[in-house]
Ligand binder design. Structure first.
Ligand code: SF4
Length: 294
């Protein structure tokens, strides 16, 4: 899209064809220990007039926009009134608009009632991406997520009760060697409790400049190797008990073994692929370390 962005800009892989609209810059929370995305950016809510000019600019060159992703890290932290005004501008500009989505941090979500989320959903904001990262409260505390598993479950259920779709993200390896099993099992419990429409498993990669990277250097956090990550993923997938079909994806650039399917329907096939890799790691199609898009 012909826009000038205040970089760097991040969006979920599934929003590759969406217009990215920076409703905010940075992340208002910016404290998760593994996250390097917005450390260099000061948080700012952008005024409606600026957004209106940008939307009008895109409308003139690309009026057929169907999907819009509201960036940066937690656009949902804006007031409901502001977001409704942005959504009205988008609907007026793009007659084919089918979906608006955003990252929803726990800090932003906890300020939105179910009624507000429903109002936003009816105005077009129908998909939220919630980074749960882990269901293990010890891990959540260590990574400074700012929410425990019970609150994450409540927030995820609130989004869905409001009629919106939810995509939850978890991070393989986040428990380190010390808590890989607790992390896998508790994450499966949380994912099952929420039973989101979409579930993504990414693999943690400590980025220089983050507290997690520093913890790694001090020996306080031990990264799992590809086989250990595979074992953790197997534990997670085997323990999932979703209430309805979940679209499961573990094909992010950070993953060693790209996998996907619908759970529980494809569980046996996914477990078979993981078991095959565990049985013969030398022949497993692990993505080489230097190919991982990190
Ligand atoms: S809420 Fe999201 S964007 Fe903000 S620091 Fe945490 S992971 Fe990063």
């Amino acid at each position: 899209m012909p826009l000038t962005y205040a970089g760097p800009v991040y969006r979920p892989p599934s929003e590759a064809d969406s217009l990215i609209l920076q409703v905010t810059l940075g992340c208002s929370y910016n404290e998760c220990s593994f996250c390097a995305m917005y450390r260099q950016k000061s948080f700012k809510k952008r005024p409606l007039e600026e957004l209106a000019r940008e939307i009008e600019h895109v409308r003139r060159v690309e009026p057929s926009v169907r999907r819009v992703f509201l960036a940066d890290g937690d656009a949902l932290v804006c007031s409901t009134r502001h977001l409704l005004e942005v959504l009205a501008l988008l609907r007026a500009a793009f007659p084919s608009l089918a979906r608006v989505s955003t990252y929803a941090s726990p800090q932003a979500l906890r300020k939105k009632s179910e009624e507000e989320l429903r109002e936003l959903c009816e105005a077009g904001l129908a998909l939220h991406y919630l980074g749960c990262e882990s269901g293990d409260d010890v891990v959540l505390e260590r990574i400074a997520k700012g929410a425990d598993s019970q609150e994450l479950a409540e927030l995820g259920l609130r989004v869905q009760a409001a009629g919106a779709k939810l995509s939850c993200m978890f991070l393989s390896g986040l428990g380190g060697r010390a808590r890989w099993e607790e992390h896998a099992l508790a994450s499966a419990r949380l994912a099952s409790a929420i039973s989101p429409r979409y579930l993504s498993l990414l693999t943690v990669t400590p980025v220089p400049g983050t507290p997690l990277h520093e913890q790694g250097k001090r020996g306080e956090f031990e990264l799992l190797d590809p086989v250990e990550i595979t074992r953790e993923m197997r534990t997670f997938v085997a323990a999932l008990e979703p209430r309805a079909g979940i679209v499961f994806r573990a094909n992010h650039a950070s993953n060693y073994l790209p996998l996907g399917g619908t759970l529980p329907k494809d569980r046996a096939a996914i477990l078979a692929a993981l078991d095959a890799a565990l049985a013969d790691p030398e022949s497993a199609p692990f993505v080489p370390e230097d190919w991982r898009g990190l």
